[in-house]
Design a protein around this ligand. Structure first.
Ligand code: ZN
Length: 464
């Protein structure tokens, strides 16, 4: 889960929704599943993800999903889980519902409480993974179990895909796409619980905004390497690996990637402009009216928070050169980290960097990266997300948003499956300890998640 730092506002008019809140029994069941989920140490080191997958599969089967409609896909020491909740097909092709079972490592000695025991204290649930992504996984699962027991039949098949290594390699998602794109993953689009989130006001705790993730930038790093025969530092020459690299870095500094935009950029700026004070707000409004406007682009590019919304960015982050203080350097290497605009390939960025720095410098990717395009905005999804969010937080603004980091969504979008981050969590920025110590979520936000997913699923796939 990468939180969306893009606090923009879009007012959506929502239809009034009845309050399909969970009863005490469903709350208790969801809490029990969360407690069991936290206890599975689904880290790389403890490798309890396959056991966790089996536990979840058994829950679906106990609720009435035929065992033949479930599949555990092993992968090294982890696994993915697939479950098909059958619909009548009247609404069209199947839909994918995504979450990940794995969590970031957590050391008992570093935490105030045992990270793998769910603790409820002062209105918070504590435990590794409660935010990222076990709250989403559990509230979605619990909602599906309840709907299934009630005999609800959706208008399309709902394919549940829980991956097992989102926090590390993302290999289980890629394996599912490689092996099951034409059967299990023959879906029209995906809803991701691991992205999209609401914000709570720091002082009052009231919900302020919800951001639905529709795009992710591509993360990639490249090395810029200058090499030279070297020699004795008492016999200097004008050619020098460090000079060459320094010249190259200066060229990267002077270069700006072209201004870009997509549906999400325009929609987000159009509505956010009027809510932001001063030149920045005016620039957003102008950019939404005249995408690529030079003055608006310059104003937005001067802001570290917004430059990444309209351009690919590349910035030097690491430097290493030479081998002795009395030797001419044989090698100088800078690492440049890039956040690539959706739809641009990592190869294109490498080629552009090569043109910028010139042929004396070798440009190479640090590892293999995956990129994806933005997902087109869908009115039906936007309307359902609005209804789900407004069922607990009436009237708050809802915006499409592009996040700077990657979830498993990058693989699904890359494989041609539009993916929407529709997570249930509302949290204060100051409470966001995902990946860190003492991860926690507001208890109320967790239970609200049960309403969120129920409204979302029945709005989108229920009978009218
Ligand atoms: Zn996550």
């Amino acid at each position: 889960m990468r939180r969306l730092a893009f606090a923009l506002a879009l007012i959506c008019a929502a239809p009034a929704v009845a309050q399909p809140d969970p009863d005490a029994a469903q709350r208790a069941e969801a809490r029990e599943i969360l407690s069991r989920s936290v206890a599975f140490q689904s880290t790389v080191s403890a490798a309890q993800t396959p056991a966790y997958a089996a536990y979840l599969r058994d829950l679906f089967v106990a609720a009435g999903i035929p065992a033949a409609d479930t599949l555990i896909v092993p992968h090294d020491r982890t696994a993915a889980l697939l479950v098909r909740y059958r619909g009548d097909g009247a609404g069209g092709r199947p839909i994918l519902l995504m979450a990940h079972m794995d969590v970031v490592e957590a050391k008992r000695e570093d935490w105030r409480r045992d990270p793998f025991t769910l603790v409820e204290e002062n209105g918070y649930f504590y435990g590794r993974g409660v935010y990222d992504n076990k709250s989403g996984l559990v509230t979605l699962t619990s909602t599906l179990l309840r709907l299934r027991r009630e005999g609800w039949r959706p208008t399309r098949d709902l394919v549940i895909a829980y991956t097992g290594d989102e926090e590390t390699s993302g290999e289980t998602a890629r394996q599912l796409l490689a092996e099951h794109r034409n059967d299990w993953l023959n879906v029209e689009y995906a809803l991701n619980t691991d992205a999209g989130a609401g914000s709570l006001d720091e002082a009052t705790g009231a919900a302020t905004i919800y951001a639905m993730q529709t795009a992710e930038k591509t993360y990639s790093s490249y090395t810029l390497t200058a090499t030279n025969p070297g020699g004795h530092s008492s016999q200097p020459r004008p050619d020098n690996a460090i000079y060459d690299l320094a010249d190259a870095i200066a060229k990267v500094r002077a270069y700006q990637f072209p201004v870009q935009w997509n549906d999400t950029t325009i929609a987000a700026f159009r509505i956010a402009g009027p809510t932001q004070e001063g030149a920045l707000g005016a620039a957003m409004t102008r950019f939404a009216r005249a995408p690529g406007d030079r003055r608006a682009s310059a104003t937005l590019s001067a802001s570290p928070f917004y430059v990444g919304q309209i351009r690919t960015t590349c910035i030097p982050t690491l430097l290493e050169a030479g081998h002795a203080d009395n030797a001419l350097p044989q090698r100088a290497v800078a690492t440049v980290n890039c956040r690539i605009f959706p739809g641009v390939s990592t190869e294109d960025v490498q080629a552009q960097l090569q043109r910028v720095v010139g042929e004396k410098i070798a440009v190479a990717p640090v590892m293999r990266y995956y990129s994806s395009d933005a997902s087109p905005l869908r009115e039906d999804v936007m309307r359902a997300v609005t209804a789900a969010v407004h069922s607990k937080h009436p009237g708050i603004p809802i915006t499409p948003a592009m996040s700077a980091g990657a979830t498993d969504g990058v693989f699904y979008r890359g494989a041609g499956i539009p993916t929407y981050g529709v997570g249930e969590m509302f949290i204060k920025d100051s409470d966001d300890f995902s990946h860190g110590l003492n991860e926690r979520i507001p208890v109320e936000s967790f239970y609200n998640g049960l309403t969120h997913y129920r409204v979302l699923l029945t709005e989108l796939y229920g009978r009218r």
